[in-house]
Write a protein of this length. Structure first.
Length: 362
């Protein structure tokens, strides 16, 4: 929709300007230093356009000149760098018993992390109260990202029916949080936020991967073809509710024999080795379906026994000389969901629109 009072040409130029600025910020996050020629080569922008973009970003405090480079005769080239502390984002991980909040800078670096308990079977109002009290003071915040238990509708910002939480059916959490916090809010499934963090930190090599989270439940965040995969209803990742035993026990989702109920029952009984083998069997099914080449293991429960789970997963994956699969632990440990939610906010404000690739950036 056009901006009221603005001509179509002006709207187009403003969109193009915003896009070019996002392009350069995305590049700046990947390089310690850069100059105009390097930006032009990487983005395809003309040197003149790059000069204008760098000027605007410098005025906003997002980049700064950090030196010059002399190349023969003529005016030396200015060297720029990102100013990570110029902007901040808050990321939130809403689990079934805790609220984890992190503060990140513009580069996605976690500066602070805090965990507070949530009341048993908490209500939307209780969560909003906890969110308000967890916001850092005195920061230039771009927005707040929330990684939440699913199922949820990412596009609409609505929690549709969070498993094991009685009060979370068709709750418009994104709208409620924006009203409560007076900030832009990005809502996504916890596992999708987590896999976003892994993709940010691992770079272009992480093109097809999955983050498996075990924390009061089981889920999978999918990163396919270099982007988060959410599915037709934005609810992909309900990995724990795939059936692995037709005559198995009843699950909270209403089906029987789900991976989650089998895993969680073994885990609660102290049979961690059995729980890890159940999870590993599900991961192999996921690999056969998606053909990803990187599995990231995450979640507070799993990270209590990281080597047990990693060994079980590695042992279950069929050996192949041409279909190698990496199995690693989440780089950010227990902060990975909240940090990924913050990175999604930064992407929304300073990221590249989807399906518009950039040479050498991702």
């Amino acid at each position: 929709m056009d901006t009221p009072g603005a001509t179509p040409n002006r709207v187009h130029l403003e969109h193009l300007r915003d896009y070019n600025e996002s392009l350069v910020v995305a590049l700046a996050r990947t390089r310690a230093e850069f100059d105009r020629a390097g930006v032009a080569e990487a983005t395809g922008l003309t040197p003149q356009a790059v000069s204008k973009v760098l000027g605007r970003l410098a005025e906003q405090g997002l980049v700064e000149v950090c030196g010059v480079r002399r190349q023969g005769v003529g005016k030396p080239a200015s060297i720029y760098r990102l100013v990570p502390g110029s902007r901040h984002a808050v990321g939130v991980h809403v689990a079934r018993t805790t609220l984890r909040t992190v503060l990140t800078d513009l580069a996605g670096t976690v500066l602070a992390s805090r965990v507070v308990p949530l009341p048993p079977d908490f209500t939307p109002g209780q969560l909003l109260d906890a969110l308000r009290s967890s916001m850092p003071a005195g920061q230039d915040l771009v927005g707040v990202g929330i990684g939440m238990v699913g199922p949820l509708d990412h596009a609409a910002g609505i929690v549709r029916g969070a498993h094991r939480l009685r009060h979370w059916h068709d709750v418009p959490l994104r709208r409620l949080a924006q009203e409560a916090l007076a900030l832009p809010v990005h809502l996504d499934k916890d596992v999708t936020a987590g896999v976003t963090a892994e993709a940010w930190r691992r770079g272009p090599a992480f093109r097809d991967g999955a983050l498996i989270m075990v924390e009061s439940g089981v889920g999978a965040g999918l990163w396919l073809g270099g982007a988060a995969y959410r599915g037709a209803h934005t609810n992909a990742g309900e990995f724990g509710h795939t059936v692995v035993q037709l005559d198995g026990p009843r699950c909270v989702c209403g089906r029987s024999g789900c991976l989650e109920i089998l895993h969680d029952t073994a885990f609660a009984d102290g049979r961690v080795d059995d729980a890890a083998r159940v999870l590993a069997a599900g991961i192999v099914n996921l690999l056969q379906t998606t053909d990803v080449d990187h599995i990231v293991l995450a979640g507070a429960d799993l990270l209590r026994f990281p080597e047990v789970y990693r060994a079980a997963t590695r042992a279950a994956i069929p050996g192949s000389h041409w279909m190698d699969v990496s199995v690693t632990l989440a780089d950010l440990g227990a902060d990975v969901i909240a940090a990924g939610a913050a990175m999604q906010v930064l992407d929304a404000a300073y990221g590249i629109p989807s399906k518009m690739g950039v040479r050498s950036l991702f």
